[in-house]
Design a binder for this molecule. Structure first.
Ligand code: ZN
Length: 217
């Protein structure tokens, strides 16, 4: 290649670069529908779930979507036991704003659980099997590893004083009524209402943030 041609090629690349899309920059971190996952990740999840004797067609039959695992986490409000809770940045920020708004209305919201890794979710299901629970029952309580919304860092389990953690009675609390009225203003949505299509038990405590990109915060 002549020096002149290679110089003009460099120029073309330099001009073209700023116009090239930056991969993922505008993608919301917490989309309503998770993007298609890489084949290697799909294969890994399938292999782990085979090891837990989860039927190969279980996820498809329950309309479950494979969830990406969050990579960058920040601190969300600590849980009721004072332990650290992690979520992706926009979800944690929205949660703090929502807690503050609830507090102004005299409602105390508290976290129970935020991000849970694929490995930890696998551990939770494995422990239930080890204690003799059937896989069918275990999967009514814990999501199939790879399919938990907690893995995305966008979902959170909440409670309020006087209600046990992850208890259906949260659905009868003042805090839950406040959430029904206001959570959507902060991007939070109830994932598993009564009679949900996924076959999960009613989970009034489990809310998922759907919203903005990391950049928009
Ligand atoms: Zn949950």
């Amino acid at each position: 290649m002549s020096p002149l041609r290679s110089a003009s090629l460099v120029l073309v690349i330099a001009v073209a670069l700023p116009l090239a899309p930056i991969a993922g920059a505008a993608e919301p971190l917490c989309p309503a529908v998770p993007p298609r996952q890489p084949a290697a990740y799909v294969a890994h999840v399938n292999e782990v779930n085979r090891g837990l004797s989860i039927p190969a067609d279980y996820a498809a039959r329950h309309h479950l979507r494979l969830q990406p695992e969050a990579q960058h986490l920040v601190q969300a409000p600590r849980d009721v036991y004072g332990r650290k809770v992690e979520m992706v940045a926009p979800a944690a920020a929205a949660l703090k704003r929502m807690f503050a708004a609830a507090a102004r209305d005299g409602i105390k919201l508290e976290t129970v659980s935020g991000f849970r890794s694929f490995a930890y979710q696998t551990h939770l299901v494995r422990e239930k099997l080890r204690r003799g629970m059937s896989i069918t029952k275990a999967l009514e309580i814990n999501a199939v590893p790879g399919y938990s919304e907690h893995q995305t860092g966008c979902a959170v389990d909440l409670t309020t004083p006087g209600i046990p953690a992850a208890d259906v009675s949260f659905g009868d609390s003042k805090a839950f009524r406040w959430m029904q009225q206001h959570a959507a203003e902060y991007g939070f949505h109830l994932s598993f209402p009564r009679g949900n299509e996924y076959g999960y038990e009613y989970e009034p405590w489990h809310w998922r943030y759907i919203g903005r990109s990391a950049k928009a915060g």
